[in-house]
Design a protein. Structure first.
Length: 566
């Protein structure tokens, strides 16, 4: 019964630990960049660039797949650039996220316009865009013809597709952004993508919080999308978090996450598909210097990684890899200086900042900040802890059970009496687990009984008075003496009689609880001689009670008496 009760208590404690779900570490393709110049670069030139990107921790390339260039007429396709790029990326071990953008004139909703140009308008019929996605999936998707026709290329199929770019910005929506129209695009295109590849990941267009006069700000635009019924048309919501500071940039993610949660879309991740700061160019709220760009890169990446579970962030794609203008040009637009490398591909300080955040093989340390130790009374216990690396997942184990997700502080119920061990292991967002989990060890023990010293003292004094009335001549003829003593609780009672510095009698007896019992005191040979030849004998009586209960104090008392011949 006792062992079953202990098992039930421990099972309940373990169930309490498993109340917090643990998300997986960041995905292997969490860190990406946009490197638009590579689509038209010779294949040989891409090799060192992609190798350098991988060295920085990049595992995904977001690349424009220009619909107007790939399908210039309804029945013709040009695959030269995309085939070459996809082959290079696959060979380099890179995932590709195509952002499909720009309407061909034949499909544009403004085919005769000059401002905006036809390519800058959304398609007249969203089904044409959906058909283009189906064609792309048929070529580069999991069962794509490109992989069958190029068996020497490592198969890294495209499984995620981004539908358009910045539809709340005027130049990407015919100078007249409209949330309901973009929602209609997703509603038309998403079913066609899913029919072509049921496992495809649909990413909405990345949306900025632009202050351009004719743009729609991020928060009202996202609210309008949900009002137009956009929920369920995408797997990931794309965001472009350009802002003055890293805190403000992450604040945009906070705001959009709140909107998504309020609309019952908390399970849908956010994919940050553009972010960055310029190291040169004309003054703007995004223009810094080389050191400032590196510092902001480090701060934003650290914050997003630490909060990726809380904010449900799917990935982080920096824009862009390579500058489009010399660092010395301080008068051109800021977007030409967003690169982490200069025009000659040499590294900026921001490259090192990015790499140091994207490549992490160091496990965190798990730290106990409060826990029981040593001997403790049975009862609820609280254990507090943390990890040295923000954003780490924590898992706990009680008394050798399997680790399960937990959060500090852990409140344990009253555990069975005995030794208990509690371990905590931190795993950082990169999947590095602490090889030496923190551990607390304690002994739950029943409170020892506290006995009144006077009970033993009174017993010794009373016994001394009784013995003093005995006849010394009669005692000399006995080998032992039976005495009635009182035990205050479970323990061992010992009685020692001494005379002239020598032990003349000794007795000891254990009892399992309080009460009276007979203790036999046996006379020593020395004692018997003294008893026989003495007419008057001064005796010291020492009584000791040693409790058997764990941790209780030993009680002692003594009394003096004189034995006489009567």
């Amino acid at each position: 019964m006792r062992s079953r009760l202990r098992a039930l208590v421990l099972a309940g404690a373990l169930l309490a630990l498993s109340g917090t779900a643990s998300a997986a570490p960041i995905r292997s393709d969490f860190f990406g960049v946009s490197s638009p110049e590579l689509i038209n670069s010779p294949a040989a030139q891409r090799v060192p660039v992609m190798a350098d990107q991988r060295a920085a921790g990049v595992r995904l390339l977001r690349q424009l797949f220009d619909w107007s260039a790939i399908q210039p007429t309804k029945n013709s396709f040009s695959w030269t650039s995309t085939d070459s790029f996809v082959a290079s990326a696959a060979t380099a071990g890179m995932e590709v996220l195509p952002v499909v953008l720009y309407s061909p004139t034949w499909a544009s909703s403004c085919p005769s316009s000059t401002d905006p140009a036809p390519r800058e308008c959304h398609p007249a019929d969203n089904a044409d865009l959906g058909a283009f996605f189906v064609t792309l999936i048929g070529r580069y998707g999991p069962n794509g013809s490109f992989w069958r026709n190029n068996p020497s290329v490592p198969k890294v199929p495209i499984t995620a597709w981004q539908v358009w770019n910045e539809p709340n910005f005027p130049s990407f929506w015919g100078n007249a952004p409209n949330a309901a129209e973009y929602a209609a695009m997703l509603k038309a295109v998403a079913p066609m993508i899913r029919a072509a590849d049921p496992s495809a990941e649909i990413v909405s267009a990345g949306m900025p919080d632009s202050l351009v006069r004719t743009a729609i700000r991020l928060v009202p635009y996202v609210n309008a999308l949900y009002a137009a019924g956009v929920k369920g048309t995408f797997d990931d919501l794309g965001l472009h978090i350009y802002d003055d500071t890293p805190d403000l940039a992450v604040g945009l993610v906070d705001q959009v996450r709140a909107i998504m949660n309020a609309n019952g879309d908390s399970a849908a991740p956010i994919w940050v598909t553009e972010w960055g700061w310029a190291s040169s160019g004309a003054p703007s709220r995004f223009t810094l210097d080389l050191a400032g760009q590196a510092a902001n890169t480090d701060a934003l990446m650290a914050d997003i990684v630490a909060r990726h579970e809380e904010l449900n962030v799917r990935g982080l794609i920096e824009y862009l890899w390579r500058d489009g203008s010399p660092q010395s040009n301080t008068s051109d637009v800021w977007s030409e200086h967003l690169g982490m490398v200069f025009q000659d591909y040499s590294h900026k300080p921001s490259y090192d900042a990015y790499r140091n955040r994207a490549v992490d093989t160091t496990p965190p340390d798990t730290v106990l900040t409060g826990a029981p130790s040593g001997l403790v009374l049975p009862g609820p216990q609280t254990i507090a802890f943390n990890a040295t690396e923000p954003g780490s997942d924590l898992a706990c184990s009680l008394d050798g059970a399997a680790f399960s997700a937990c959060a500090s502080p852990v409140a344990l119920p009253t555990l069975p009496v005995g030794v208990h061990t509690f371990q905590i292991r931190a795993t950082d967002p990169y999947g590095n687990a602490d090889p030496t989990p923190a551990a607390a060890r304690w002994i739950a023990a029943v409170a020892p009984p506290v006995f009144n010293p006077r009970s033993v003292q009174a017993g010794a004094s009373s016994l001394a008075r009784s013995l003093a009335r005995l006849d010394l001549r009669k005692l000399a003829k006995e080998k032992s003496l039976a005495l009635q003593l009182s035990w205050p609780g479970p323990g061992v009672m010992t009685l020692v009689m001494k005379a002239s510095g020598k032990t003349i009698g000794r007795g000891s007896k254990a009892r399992g609880g309080a009460g009276r019992a007979t203790l036999q005191v046996r006379f020593t040979s020395t004692g018997r001689r003294l008893l026989k030849r003495s007419r008057r004998l001064k005796v010291t009586l020492s009584q000791t009670f040693d409790p058997s209960a764990f941790g209780s104090a030993t009680l002692s008392s003594s009394a003096k008496l004189t034995l006489k011949r009567r």
